[in-house]
Design a protein around this ligand. Structure first.
Ligand SMILES: Cc1ncc(COP(=O)(O)O)c(C=O)c1O
Length: 460
């Protein structure tokens, strides 16, 4: 038996162990598969050895169908910043419920929600609501194109902005077959799915994250470029923060060439600071996109920006140039109630951020110290309450830095987090205000135990 076979055997034993201890979860997913493709409602719910099936979630904990309790650092892909099922959100939804679950019209509660965006986020004078982050980024690009009259948009390699055809390119996930991602300084636009409209993604150029060549590429396309969209911290791409100087340079070059700078704050919004990444970094984009945290746990997206950038949504004197924004469920009253409850709490208690961010800092520094002292090729990345651990030596500035990761160790980490009672995405973990210092101690213990077991087994 060669080493590869031995390691596969160990990973398969972990898989078998997880499946054996979770018969109800496994059965529930298998029933899903009879009537839902792959048994999941989203590609990102696929997991090794099978998807996590939730029974309930409260605070910093989540339970699977087999009643196993997990420390929850997935938090519904970052959404539940106050922890799962927060009392104030439940109360707000209960209060709104008797008035109707959907109107498809204006209502008096939208203003408080929108006002919180405008008051909390430095770059938002006006905001409009939609139903997902995907829609939000779609509208962000549409605004930029309409305002500038230019055809191209730019995104960064490793950036995830949802599933529409303009931006479902170059997430940078390792894939089978030849590497088509192009040179580091000049990444190729690689569609992430069959079936995308070529006419859509061909107008998207891809830039290297945290790399000065990105600025040159922007200059090169200056006269044709409508806007540049960036996650100020790559989320699904591995929780990699932008360098502050890089973001500042990006702000400068986009302003110089008259293109929109769009911050995709679907994850960072209301998470890094009350005003999101733009407050955290002190850099104001033209347009910002939202989802996740701001919807309070109900489906949500939003686009906000400076009054100038949002002009083409006013439908007045510029009617002919105004962009189409429409949606049956936009401003749904239950989402507005839930989102308002969360944003109100965050705006009234900004000290929550100091605690959240300190917990993230403690995690990163303890894991990095441990990895260094014990000689693990591992790096904890992230900022504030966003974190991930990668199987590479740091520093990590872009997804290309993750390419040397140890595949077997990464697979082993994912399996052992689950077996050891941690619910988390391997590329992006999150903390909530419901997490306690004891939870962070436990989180650190789970990571250390997982790493030590993989080493003891000769997997890493
Ligand atoms: C940064 C970012 N933008 C956009 C999206 C798309 O949001 P949604 O899944 O709500 O469509 C996501 C989702 O994970 C995201 O992380």
């Amino acid at each position: 038996m060669d080493d590869q076979e031995r390691i596969t055997g160990i990973l398969n034993a972990y898989r078998a162990e997880i499946m054996a201890r979770s018969p109800q979860s496994l059965a529930a997913w298998q029933k899903n598969r009879e009537v839902m493709p792959a048994g999941v409602g989203s590609l990102f719910r696929l997991a090794d050895p099978f998807p996590f099936v939730v029974k309930r979630a409260k605070g910093a904990r989540i339970w699977d169908m087999d009643d196993h309790e997990y420390l929850d650092c997935m938090l519904g892909f970052s959404v539940m910043i106050l922890g799962n099922a927060p009392d104030e959100v439940e109360a707000a939804i209960r209060e709104a419920l008797p008035y109707g679950t959907h109107y498809g019209q204006c209502h008096e509660h939208e203003v408080a929600f929108a006002r919180l965006f405008c008051d909390m986020v430095p770059g938002v004078d006006k905001v409009t609501f939609c139903n997902s982050g995907t829609e939000a980024t779609l509208y962000g690009l549409r605004l930029a194109r309409a305002a500038t009259g230019r055809p191209l948009v730019a995104k960064f390699e490793g950036g995830y902005h949802g599933t529409h055809d303009f931006l479902a390119v170059s997430f940078g996930r390792p894939r089978p077959g030849p590497d088509r991602s192009g040179p580091v300084e000049d990444p190729t636009t690689v569609p992430e799915s069959p079936g995308l409209c070529e006419g859509a993604w061909k107008d998207t150029i891809v830039l290297p994250y945290n790399h000065p060549a990105a600025l040159d590429k922007i200059q090169h396309h200056a006269s044709q470029l409508a806007g540049v969209i960036i996650e100020p911290v790559l989320g699904a791409g591995g929780t990699i923060p932008a360098d502050p100087e890089f973001l500042a340079a990006l702000r400068q070059v986009t302003r110089e060439i008259g293109a929109f700078l769009i911050f995709d704050e679907v994850i960072t919004g209301f998470r890094l600071a009350p005003g999101g990444a733009q407050e955290y970094y002190g850099i104001i984009p033209d347009v910002s996109t939202y989802g996740k945290v701001a919807g309070g746990g109900l489906p949500f997206g939003a686009v906000g920006g400076t009054a100038e950038a949002m002009r083409l949504m006013e439908y007045d004197r510029d009617f002919e140039r105004s962009i189409m924004v429409a949606g049956t469920f936009n401003g749904n009253p239950l989402t507005v109630a839930a989102g308002t409850a969360v944003l109100r709490r965050l705006s009234q208690e900004p000290q929550l951020y100091a605690r959240l961010n300190a917990m993230g800092d403690r995690f990163r520094s303890e894991i990095n110290r441990f990895a260094q002292a014990e000689g693990y090729p591992a790096t904890a990345t992230g900022v504030g309450s966003m974190f991930a651990v990668h199987t590479v030596h740091g520093p990590v500035h872009s997804i290309r830095d993750l390419r040397q990761g140890n595949r077997a160790a990464s697979a082993g980490l994912e399996l052992l987090y689950r077996r050891n009672g941690l619910h988390i995405s391997p590329t992006h973990g999150f903390l909530s205000t419901a997490h306690t210092d004891e939870d962070i101690t436990r989180l650190i213990e789970i990571y250390k135990a997982t790493m030590m077991e993989l080493r003891a087994q000769g997997v890493w």
